[in-house]
Ligand binder design. Structure first.
Ligand code: BGC
Length: 399
């Protein structure tokens, strides 16, 4: 499968009943700007699915939003589930396999008030939501992703204070959150499988962590997250696939991770993109995808299919995006030659969208979105990926 990904909160717009909406409007957070109408994808998804299909892509990963589907505890909205059914049907009409994320960072505000990820009932409530959503939508879903990148949610929300609920140094909260998220994946995936019988997995953030010779493995937040990923890999051995999401490598030296060269605590000053770095301040290193795929394959015992569910670059130079995808896809081919079962390449992101606390400054999209009119403008890189998908082969090596 060749396609692209989006996350519900980042593109839909007006997700007012969520913890992130609250966070974006709160004084003193690190948010650059609120999400507002985002890409108005909630109303314009038909156009986006058409664009995707027209390019020759055959898979689309998008999210369903818990805060809309269950606006108050235990109250499920048939109208919102119908909305997502129409989206799924639109994909099917265009012969696009829908890959659906049940949870992508945001929580319903009522659950945030009950303690969010750290709430004792988190896993049980997530499983109930999965059961209801899979019951209403499962027959149209191709692949279900339970939780997006759970490894960092405890750290960023409870220790670093850079995500909701914004706690700092609440290590106990972080630990409880991680334990609850592991349980939530276990119970949620079982609920989806039982209700809809579709392939289920978790999608993990897997930067390529490279240790320099003299590096002493320590407890930097990157390494802590990596250990949480290991726990999810254990669970993923029983799953139908594992989602790999990779953007760059991080090198770990004697003093811990080498600084990416930009102070991310001030999101009002986005990093300057250079030839060797991206708009996120990351090293432009598409080869990271190979290391990440191998790690996921080995850590799940070498038999669980891999879906590359996110891979991309934030850049204002579209030709740089083409080079990035070209190099990343060649890594995928090498992995497949080694015998690794890789089933998809989904570029992040279909649209220039809301990059969380960084707002709309970073542009990851294959398609640009006018912030006033929401008009879509398809970039050359989108046509490039479409041509690879149609040919099912790489173009000649680039010089
Ligand atoms: C997340 C996306 C995010 C992307 C680019 C991933 O970690 O799943 O929500 O926009 O990276 O930073």
């Amino acid at each position: 499968m060749f396609g692209a990904s989006v996350g519900a909160h980042q593109v839909e717009g007006g997700n007012t009943n969520s913890d992130w909406w609250w966070w974006e409007h709160r004084e003193g957070t690190n948010c650059r700007e609120p999400s507002g109408d985002a890409c108005d994808f909630y109303h314009r998804y038909r156009q986006d699915v058409e664009v995707l299909a027209g390019l020759g892509l055959n898979a689309f990963r998008f999210g369903i939003e818990w805060a809309r589907i269950e606006p108050a505890e235990g109250e499920f909205s048939t109208a919102e589930l119908d909305h997502y059914r129409r989206m799924l049907a639109e994909c099917r009409e265009h012969r696009i396999t829908p890959i659906v994320t049940f949870h992508h960072f945001t929580l319903p505000f009522w659950l945030h008030q009950m303690g969010g990820f750290a709430c004792d009932r988190f896993a049980e409530l997530f499983a109930r939501y999965c059961d209801r959503a899979a019951g209403a939508l499962g027959d149209l879903i191709g692949y279900a992703c339970t939780i997006n990148e759970p490894q960092g949610l405890g750290q960023s929300g409870y220790v670093l204070g850079i995500n909701p609920p914004g706690h700092e140094d609440d290590r106990e909260g972080a630990e409880r959150s991680t334990a609850n998220l592991l349980d939530a994946h276990r119970l949620g995936s079982a609920a989806i499988r039982a209700r809809a019988g579709i392939p289920v997995g978790v999608t993990l953030a897997l930067p390529d962590l490279q240790y320099e010779d003299e590096a002493v493995p320590g407890s930097s937040s990157l390494e802590l997250e990596s250990r949480v990923n290991d726990q999810f890999f254990e669970l993923a051995r029983k799953d139908d696939f594992v989602g790999v999401q990779t953007y760059t490598r991080f090198r770990i030296g004697p003093e811990g991770p080498r600084s990416p060269g930009h102070d991310w605590s001030d999101t009002t000053r986005p990093p300057d993109e250079t030839e060797t770095t991206t708009q996120m301040g990351y090293e432009n290193y598409p080869q990271a995808l190979g290391g990440a795929i191998r790690r996921a394959w080995k850590s799940t015992g070498g038999g669980i299919p891999i879906l590359v569910t996110e891979n991309g670059i934030a850049t204002s130079f579209d030709e740089k995006r083409v080079r990035f995808m070209d190099a990343a896809l060649r890594e995928v081919l090498v992995c497949m030659d080694e015998g690794i079962d890789v089933r998809s390449y989904l570029y992040w992101s279909l649209l220039d969208n809301f990059e969380w606390s960084f707002g709309y400054a970073p542009t990851f999209g294959l398609v640009a979105v006018d912030r006033q009119t929401f008009a879509r403008h398809v970039k050359p890189s989108a046509y490039w990926l479409g041509s690879v998908a149609r040919a099912r082969a790489m173009p000649a090596e680039r010089s």
